[in-house]
Design a protein around this ligand. Structure first.
Ligand SMILES: [Zn+2]
Length: 236
């Protein structure tokens, strides 16, 4: 398979195309932790991006044969462009990363803190359809603590990108390790992928679980305690 360079024959092209399909459907992603971004990703302003996306999306709708003079459809390209840049993909822009104030652990709380059932919406980078899930995050303080809502915000910042679930899990874990100056961080994500349920194999009952265990969370008893917390029913 040649992913770079010129494809010289139709045989190679069809092999390449079928590999592309397989990679997407099997959700085999790039092994890098960082979201793959090209050079100059932020040279355009948000307004310039929205204007260009609007034009391109209008072309896509037009190619599909939709009547863009119809009252219901005419505003869609603009709405989609705004939604991409300002909402569902705003986490691509580092400027939108939540400000994370740290506090001293003045209570000397030395047990794990678990923030569970954090809802998020992301989008599969192979099909651009939703990934809907819950994240469970835990850490053991090394002297610094973080505001609880900041954990939710951080999960949602990384979720608002075209994603693969494995990368989302690792991005959240690595960011928290850096911020909290400890490896004692765990992240578990359980999510449904609409590219699996609404198309492809059309399985509506499966979900995907990914995890990252750092530092003490690699120890069986610490990890078991974390599992017990995330499996316990939440107060309603
Ligand atoms: Zn997908």
């Amino acid at each position: 398979m040649k992913l770079n360079g010129t494809l010289s024959s139709t045989t190679e092209t069809s092999e390449w195309e079928s590999n592309i399909d397989t990679m997407g459907d099997e959700h085999i992603g790039s092994p890098k932790i960082e979201t793959p971004m090209r050079e100059g990703a932020f040279d355009l302003s948000d307004d310039q991006k929205m204007e260009q996306i609007e034009n391109h999306f209008r072309s896509i709708m037009d190619i599909m044969g939709l009547d863009l003079t119809d009252d219901s459809l005419m505003g869609t390209p603009k709405r989609v462009a705004k939604m991409y840049v300002k909402e569902i993909f705003q986490g691509l822009n580092p400027e939108n990363k939540p400000k994370m104030a740290l506090f001293n652990n003045s209570y000397h709380y030395d047990q794990m803190l678990v923030e569970k059932n954090i809802s998020f919406y992301s989008n599969c980078e192979h099909h651009f359809v939703p990934i809907i899930g819950k994240a469970h995050v835990a850490y053991i303080s090394s002297g610094k603590v973080i505001g609880l809502s900041k954990i939710n915000r951080l999960v949602n910042f990384f979720a608002k990108r075209p994603q693969v679930q494995e990368r989302l899990t690792v991005q959240i874990a690595e960011e928290l390790k850096k911020l909290l100056e400890t490896d004692d961080v765990a992240v578990v994500i359980d999510a449904v992928h609409l590219c699996v349920s609404s198309r492809g194999v059309q399985d509506t009952s499966s979900s995907t679980v990914t995890s990252s265990y750092g530092g003490r969370f690699k120890e069986d008893d610490v990890r078991s305690e974390f599992f017990a917390h995330i499996q316990a029913p939440s107060p309603s």
